[in-house]
Design a protein around this ligand. Structure first.
Ligand SMILES: *[C@@H]1O[C@H](CO)[C@@H](O)[C@H](O)[C@H]1NC(C)=O
Length: 354
């Protein structure tokens, strides 16, 4: 699809290409909230059923071709118990969403889970619903949580048989993206005593859902959880931010939260105890979404040689030691072998030049 050039004489026209992504998802419903009893009930009262999510207008990456991709065509016959949710992802956009365009052909599995929720149970309506969606791609740095809000249907002729939501003339539930939280990193490593940054960002639709934003970072390790940092601020700058760091040296820039939705956490003076699963939770008014990532702490080994001086007169064994590293089961990989080899080569030449 090419966007027509409206003002070609300005030489400012940008044509970009977009495509639709169709994802097979699992719809997870709280059985208790729906009276349950539809057979698909698992342990804990949650029911799981199949659903389809169509992301419309996903922009292609700079060197991606759209060959072989076709726009989504809704089924010709409307089946009211099949759930197809459509969402246009242009504003706000989903960062890195071009990964989704070719995940299928690259054999990467896309995980997609949907669950209905109501941000304000007191103002629940039969014609509007919200869905929380989490999408990630196996083996790729792509992980996003979305909040979708259904769009009003002018003339309601059909409703989804189980959820009761009005269907569009093509039999789909049409929605817009209200909020996105993304990290795109599933695991990362930080060096002991160094600084590490855990990326997390958010976007919301315009006009904003609410002016007040809350960012909370927590960590979980071996079954225990603790809060790292909490930040409350207003996007309207009416009041200053309130930051509460419960770990020394933990930091989120309130300025960047407000200006660009960047809620990345900086941890300085990394300790072994900092290892764990980090959760970045963002709340905008009554809307809430989060991302999870794993932090490993490593200590690079100190490398030394068994001999200070190398005299090349007789055969000698040179041992390369590495010590003081973490985790202890780390394998000394080729990097250190190459470094060791280089040191030996340099020593050898120094010796020869003498
Ligand atoms: C987010 O903020 C951190 C500093 O807090 C910065 O280093 C990082 O580059 C920012 N990320 C983006 C995507 O702007």
């Amino acid at each position: 699809q090419f966007v027509p050039c409206l003002y070609p004489h300005l030489l400012l026209c940008v044509s970009f290409s977009v495509a639709d992504v169709v994802l097979s998802c699992v719809l997870v419903e709280d059985g208790a909230a729906h009276g349950g009893g539809d057979g698909g009930m698992g342990a804990g009262g949650f029911s799981r059923s199949a659903a389809t999510l169509v992301l419309r207008d996903v922009p292609a990456g700079p060197d991606q071709s759209l060959e072989g991709l076709t726009p989504f065509v809704p089924p010709r016959v409307i089946i009211p118990d099949v759930l197809i949710i459509e969402a246009t992802v242009s504003s706000p956009d989903i960062p890195n969403s071009d990964v989704l365009l070719h995940a299928d052909c690259n054999g990467k599995e896309v995980m997609c889970e949907l669950s209905p929720f109501s941000p304000d149970p007191s103002r629940k309506s039969a014609d509007q619903a919200f869905f929380m969606v989490s999408v990630s791609v196996d083996g790729e740095d792509f992980s996003t949580s979305l909040i979708l809000r259904t769009i009003k249907v002018e003339q309601i002729t059909q409703r989804h048989s189980r959820l009761g939501l009005p269907l569009s003339p093509s039999g789909t539930v049409q929605s817009e993206v209200a909020m996105v939280v993304f990290s795109h990193v599933k695991s990362l490593s930080g060096v002991l005593r160094d600084e590490v940054q855990l990326p997390c960002g958010f976007k919301q639709q315009d006009p904003p859902l609410a002016p007040d934003v809350q960012v909370t970072w927590r960590v979980q390790h071996r079954g225990r959880g603790r809060k790292i940092l909490g930040l409350k601020t207003s996007l309207e700058d009416t009041q200053g931010p309130v930051i509460h760091a419960e770990r020394r040296g933990a930091w989120v820039s309130a300025e960047q939260v407000v200006s660009e939705g960047n809620a990345s956490l900086t941890l300085s003076d990394l300790k072994v105890e900092d290892e764990g699963t980090y959760i970045c939770a963002v709340s905008i008014g009554k809307f809430h979404a989060q991302q999870v990532m794993l932090l490993n702490v490593i200590k690079l080994p100190e490398v030394s040689l068994s001999e200070d001086k190398l005299v090349l007169k007789s055969a000698k064994t040179l041992v390369c030691y590495s010590s003081k590293y973490y985790p202890l089961d780390a394998e000394v990989d080729s990097y250190w072998w190459i470094l060791g080899f280089l040191i030996i080569t340099v020593l050898f030449f120094l010796q020869v030049m003498k």
